[in-house]
Design a protein around this ligand. Structure first.
Ligand code: DAH
Length: 344
């Protein structure tokens, strides 16, 4: 029996060194050291031994059991390592692969244009004045020399609230009076500001007109400000915004709050003035309305028009972004389609 025990011990050890997975390890365990394993089976036959043989066998069987237990525990650790390594190999992690680019947000094309505007106007000494989106009819129209029921009000279809005097501003010109009153020191100080902001019009939405859009207004009030200051300033803006040799032209126009009034065109930067579909074959693109601030408006802002004069202009950054990038549908600006926005 002792010989049998030794041979079981040898065999168990030999088999154990070949085992590489946990299923085989579990089978080995029940075959040799489990309750019904080979060592236990032999121990159960101890009754057939002589009283002298019994303690010798029993002692040796316990030693064998303990040695196999220990060998099992050591092998178990090794098998776990082997299996983990195989798992990792299966997952095939290639650390040299380039990572995935996270999707990056970016500034909306209108915001980009607005920021560029503010930068250029700041270089020319204009600070930013933030007026309000919700306005009074008085600021938006009356004080800008649109008398009640004047047909010029129809040029700008208005969103009204339940209070007939409270409207959404139809143009940033609505902030002119506020800026003059707030910064002009009661008609004693010159001012030079731009007023960027959202405007709202109750319009049929088409590829060329939206119910909301940005404008950037500008006003300069001082002593001896003339039409040539306006022309020079706008021409300088065009050179900075488009190109150092941008050409500008002025066309007589009408706005109730300026006199004289003019519209400002720049030579089409897409065709260089030759004529193309963007400039409708005229060679020119309209970029702003402008003029000398009407004496009535100056007075409403607190200035004495006998001593003070000023110019004003208003531009639409979306329109300018459309011209610059060849965008044919203004609705893209509010559709929030990332395929459009990603291009800027
Ligand atoms: N407020 C005018 C509009 O929305 C644009 C404009 C024209 C603004 C002439 C001005 C200006 O400041 O002088 O159509």
């Amino acid at each position: 029996m002792l010989e049998k025990l030794e041979s079981v011990y040898q065999q168990a050890q030999a088999e154990l060194t070949e085992i590489r997975d946990s299923a085989a390890l579990a089978a080995w365990k029940s075959r040799y050291i489990g309750g019904k394993g080979a060592v236990s089976q032999l121990l159960r036959g101890i009754g057939g031994l002589t009283p002298e043989e019994r303690p010798v066998f029993g002692k040796r069987a316990n030693e064998v059991m303990a040695a196999l237990d220990e060998a099992y525990a050591a092998r178990e650790v090794l098998v776990q390592d082997i299996e983990m390594a195989a798992d990792l190999e299966g997952a095939a992690l290639d650390v040299t692969l380039p990572g995935r680019q996270p999707a990056m947000g970016r500034l909306h094309p209108s915001t980009q244009t607005l920021r560029r505007f503010s930068e250029i106007w700041a270089e020319m000494g204009f600070s930013v004045y933030r007026s309000r989106d919700v306005e009074t009819d008085e600021m938006n129209f009356t004080l800008l020399n649109f008398p009640p029921h004047h047909p010029a009000r129809d040029m700008q279809d208005t969103f009204y609230t339940t209070d007939p005097d409270v409207i959404l501003r139809t143009h940033t010109s609505a902030g002119q009076i506020r800026a003059m009153r707030e910064l002009g020191g009661g008609g004693t100080k010159p001012i030079r500001v731009v007023l960027p902001g959202m405007c709202y019009r109750f319009e049929q939405i088409t590829n060329r007109s939206e119910a909301q859009f940005y404008q950037v207004e500008g006003i300069a009030v001082g002593h001896n400000i003339t039409m040539s200051d306006l022309k020079g300033t706008v021409a300088e803006f065009a050179r900075k915004m488009y190109s150092p040799d941008a050409k500008v032209r002025y066309r007589a126009s009408y706005f109730p709050f300026t006199e004289p009034s003019m519209e400002i065109d720049i030579e089409c930067f897409l065709c260089g003035g030759e004529g193309c579909s963007v400039c409708k074959h005229t060679g020119w693109l309209e970029i702003a309305g402008s003029g000398m601030i009407h004496p009535v408006v100056l007075r409403n802002g607190g200035y004495d028009p006998a001593e003070w004069s000023g110019f004003a202009f208003g531009m639409g950054p979306e329109r300018i972004a459309m011209l610059k990038h060849g965008i044919t549908d203004i609705r893209n600006f509010w559709a929030n389609d990332s395929r459009f926005l990603e291009q800027f």
